[in-house]
Design a protein. Structure first.
Length: 147
């Protein structure tokens, strides 16, 4: 249902300029992203464990590393002008990937289940949120200066 709602919004607004101010558009995108992550976290803690699908840790680590390589190649194959729009999301991507790898390493498993890790990971996500806002703002500011 959430996916259908997302596609409906994309379908209705793909050719329309919904917000005249780009800063507002970026902030709404940011807030939408935060809401989606929040819903994911709520579902993660509320859903029963019987729905979990066991996947080997090494498979997840390899998949994350491959996605890093693919993202890196795609990012630097873009034109320089288009590349800067992806920089703001890069902080989230790196934090999520590194977190996904670290919590699956055998020597970090005990640490990953402690309260310290939750604080540490939450701090990194907060820093990633701030980086998103700052990089988006600087990108928009540079775009305005060039015009």
């Amino acid at each position: 249902m959430l996916v259908n709602a997302g596609f409906f919004i994309i379908h209705k607004g793909i050719y329309k300029k919904l917000f005249q101010n780009k800063f507002i558009a970026y902030e709404i995108t940011f807030l939408t992203f935060i809401v989606i992550i929040g819903l994911y976290v709520v579902v993660l803690f509320v859903s029963p464990k019987s729905f979990d699908v066991p996947i080997l840790d090494i498979v997840v680590i390899v998949a994350v590393l491959l996605s890093f390589v693919v993202a890196w190649l795609l990012l630097f194959n873009e034109e320089r002008q288009k590349r800067r729009y992806w920089y703001s999301l890069f902080a989230f991507y790196v934090v999520e990937g590194v977190t996904g790898i670290v919590i699956r390493l055998p020597f970090a498993r005990e640490w990953a289940e402690s309260e310290t890790s939750v604080l540490f990971i939450s701090s990194f996500f907060t820093i990633a949120c701030l980086a998103f806002v700052i990089v988006s703002h600087l990108s928009l500011k540079n775009e305005k200066l060039k015009k």
